[in-house]
Design a protein around this ligand. Sequence first.
Ligand code: NAP
Length: 116
Amino acid sequence: MEYCKKLGVAVEAWSPLGGKDGTLFDDPVLKKIAKQHAKTVAQVIIRWELQRGIVTIPKSTHQARIIANADVYKFELPAEDMKAINDLDRDPMRHGETPKILSSSNRKQRIISYYR
Ligand SMILES: NC(=O)c1ccc[n+]([C@@H]2O[C@H](COP(=O)([O-])OP(=O)(O)OC[C@H]3O[C@@H](n4cnc5c(N)ncnc54)[C@H](OP(=O)(O)O)[C@@H]3O)[C@@H](O)[C@H]2O)c1
């Protein structure tokens, strides 16, 4: 994020709500924060992304959810909530590979082969 910011590159969430497996919606940390702010877990996730400067384009097939997911500009997550969510960064929570893999030589080789 910091590196991209320095270069003026916008970072966009890949699957901003964790994709269609829906496991994030049952996370106890996210549920607790959502309850404290009287918001949905989805709104908390989207708000966390916005406060981190991440472009987020969540998808839903339900009109009510699309409307609720966009209603994230009238509350702010305090630093302790932001940290609690940042601390969820662990592999079973991930929808895709950790960016840390990008530093491994095998991964670099795979990316190079892909774009050849
Ligand atoms: N270019 C790429 O390589 C790439 C890769 C991945 C994703 N994307 C794009 O990024 C966008 C979003 O990514 P994504 O589809 O992977 O997943 P996502 O936005 O992270 O999550 C979508 C899932 O969350 C559910 N959802 C949405 N709002 C909810 C709410 N308020 N409460 C409970 N569940 C909710 C949706 O179910 P319902 O529909 O039932 O509400 C859907 O199953 C998509 O437009 C996708 O095409 C692009």
